[in-house]
Design a protein around this ligand. Structure first.
Ligand SMILES: NC(=O)c1ccc[n+]([C@@H]2O[C@H](COP(=O)([O-])OP(=O)(O)OC[C@H]3O[C@@H](n4cnc5c(N)ncnc54)[C@H](OP(=O)(O)O)[C@@H]3O)[C@@H](O)[C@H]2O)c1
Length: 334
């Protein structure tokens, strides 16, 4: 059986660490696994299952001999290393938002538009984490009716901002206990005991870059170029897993029974009938696993039989990033 050489670019970060874990859990037939990061991490040890790997500083020649590079670095770093990755012949599956809307880069959620992955020219983009969780939740509904409009309000975990986001919340928890003043470096203001309705940077329509991803990426993934999405992104003091409240307007009347059946049948999705007596998931229920849970499915009181509301939660470091990337790799090696 062929073994695949895989480099994780950003192997010391929140997503990169998870990629190494998911690669080993899913029994991808691995040859060489490289862990790449900045010069400051060179020599550190990370693990892919039981296998210890020494982190290397990323250089332009780091990708030679690799079949795949899983990207878990910033937009700037992804842009910097893209030419040398492509030149090495490896397929670059990237988690940053640098290339997601480029015409020659497929943007892929395997359960929804896996076939798009095969059109790649060396680079495949992983969608935004809230977009993945939301689209997974509505993917079954999209198969029985056309989604015309979507209103989404996100409740995003601090780890969505990387390992520094987790450190900031934990530091503020300690500062609360010791009575020190709270320090905020990652988030625009105190995140402990708070909710911050601003993620990304503001653009000229008064929405943020993070909010516009839901529409722009949603259109590309669902192949619905006219889909209208109105999104508000909120950071909450949860360590892990994003939640989204979603309101949909469809192109035809649907019954609640057919909607629930569609969600139940959607690959990678679970309709939450009862978690400890609740009909809704919470971030804690869904952390450290790969399924997106959907609950509170109900009629939207504005759009009648064409309208629906639901609540969904998913682990954004796994299905929203690392697992989705590894699933794309698996599609290509099948
Ligand atoms: N966190 C999430 O939930 C999530 C979800 C979806 C997508 N994403 C995207 O995934 C990417 C990674 O996010 P993250 O949350 O994992 O960030 P993170 O925890 O801050 O990790 C960043 C990684 O980038 C590496 N890095 C920094 N400078 C580098 C350089 N000069 N050369 C090579 N590597 C360098 C870091 O290595 P050092 O340790 O050496 O500094 C670290 O491994 C981002 O584009 C993010 O937007 C994140």
């Amino acid at each position: 059986m062929k073994k695949w050489n895989v480099a994780v670019l950003g192997a010391t970060g929140a997503v990169g660490q998870q990629m190494l874990k998911v690669l080993s859990e899913r029994n991808v037939p691995l040859g060489t696994v490289k862990a790449l990061a900045s010069a400051s991490s060179a020599g550190k040890k990370v693990y892919c299952g039981a296998k210890e790997i020494t982190v290397e500083e990323t250089r332009d020649d780091s990708f030679q001999g690799m079949d795949f590079v899983l990207g878990a670095v910033s937009n700037a770093m992804a842009q910097k290393f893209r030419p040398s990755i492509v030149q090495s012949g490896a397929v670059f599956i990237d988690n940053s938002s640098a290339f997601r809307l480029d015409d020659d880069v497929p943007l892929v959620i395997p359960q929804i538009n896996g076939e798009d992955a095969f059109t790649h020219k060396g680079v495949i983009a992983n969608p935004n984490c809230s977009t993945i969780v939301t689209l997974m939740a509505v993917s079954g509904i999209a198969r029985i009716a056309k989604i015309c409009e979507m209103v989404a309000c996100t409740y995003q975990a601090v780890s969505g901002a990387g390992r520094e986001g987790i450190v900031e919340l934990e530091t503020q928890m300690r500062q609360e206990l010791t009575g020190e003043a709270k320090t905020s470096n990652v988030f625009p203001c105190q995140i402990l005991s708070n909710a911050i309705p601003f993620i990304g940077s503001e653009i000229d329509n008064d929405y943020t870059t993070e909010e516009m991803k839901m529409q722009n990426e949603g259109r590309k993934i669902l192949h619905l170029p006219e889909l209208k999405v109105c999104c508000t992104c909120v950071r909450i003091p949860v360590i892990r897993s994003h939640s989204i409240s979603v309101q949909l307007k469809l192109d035809r009347d649907v019954t609640m029974d057919e909607v629930k059946a569609a969600i139940s049948c959607a690959p990678g999705c679970v309709l939450t009938d009862s978690i400890e007596g609740r009909n809704y998931p919470t971030p804690l229920d869904v952390s450290d696993q790969d399924l997106v849970y959907v609950g509170r499915v109900r009629r939207d009181l504005i759009n009648g039989d064409k309208g629906l509301c639901l609540w969904c939660c998913g682990d954004q470091i796994r299905k929203g990033a690392a697992t989705n990337a590894v699933e794309i790799l698996e599609l290509l090696i099948k």
